[in-house]
Design a protein around this ligand. Structure first.
Ligand code: UTP
Length: 225
């Protein structure tokens, strides 16, 4: 199988890079890569948000702020590559076509590409390009909820969600640098047009992620078309 992960910066770099988490994630990725082609797109987390805020305070443009975020995601990618030892490509591709060319035997790790979207969008386009069998969106939320669980205490998790309902739930979320929602509009549009099998899981639960990839019962949300 071809598997593309989007690993939220909130779990990989909640402050700086969480080396303990990176070590656990690397173990899972190395084991999966024995059977599957694996790509991992990592988010920016706190370092990205801090640098974006600084750039914003200096009056930089939104696209420049996005660019600052992108640089932080690539630093996180390098940290994961280093933990993977020889298991991954050494290069952090900076475009989708370079990434698609590199996708293969070794684990591919990358961060952002261009301003205007999140790393989830990068992972969605890469999933589309390489014909991924599954796109795993791993964040610090354990499922898609009927409303934002960080804002509403009565929000309910949804096991299977229709793509159009997902658009509706996420439509009012942010579009600014450092503030993209659970899945941004670019990512949503890509998975909808190409009907990419997409799963939402809590990336901190490594065993649950393995279950999701291998088609076992898992806790999270499956997008249906
Ligand atoms: P993300 O928003 O994808 O990282 O990238 P994150 O911190 O992991 O987000 P969560 O934790 O999953 O919510 C950080 C920032 O980098 C810019 C955006 O400003 C984004 O908010 N970025 C990233 C881009 O402009 N283009 C990219 O391709 C990727």
């Amino acid at each position: 199988m071809k598997v593309v992960f989007s690993i939220g910066g909130s779990i990989l770099a909640p402050e700086g890079v969480d080396q303990e988490y990176v070590a656990k994630l690397s173990k899972l990725l190395r084991s999966l890569s024995k059977k599957h082609g694996i790509a991992v797109v990592v988010g920016g987390g706190r370092p990205a948000r801090k640098n974006i805020e600084k750039a914003r305070n200096e009056g930089k443009t939104m696209a420049y702020c996005d660019y600052v975020g992108i640089l932080a995601t690539r630093e996180n990618a390098k940290a994961l590559i280093s933990a993977l030892g020889g298991g991954s490509n050494d290069i952090v591709p900076e475009s989708i076509h370079d990434a698609a060319n590199l996708f293969g035997e070794k684990i591919l790790v990358m961060g952002g590409t261009e301003p205007g979207h999140s790393t989830d969008a990068v992972a969605a386009v890469l999933s589309d390009w390489v014909g991924a069998d599954v796109f795993v969106n791993a964040s610090n939320v354990d499922a898609v909820y009927d409303k934002n669980p960080k804002k509403f205490s009565d929000a309910k998790p949804i096991g299977k969600i229709n793509i159009n309902d997902l658009f509706t739930i996420l439509k009012d979320e942010g579009v600014c640098a450092g503030e993209y929602p659970l899945l941004d509009h670019v990512a949503l549009s890509i998975i909808r047009r190409s009907k990419i099998k997409t799963l939402f899981v809590d990336g901190r639960d490594i065993k649950n992620m393995a279950d999701a990839v291998e088609g076992r019962r898992f806790k999270g949300t499956t997008v249906v078309y």
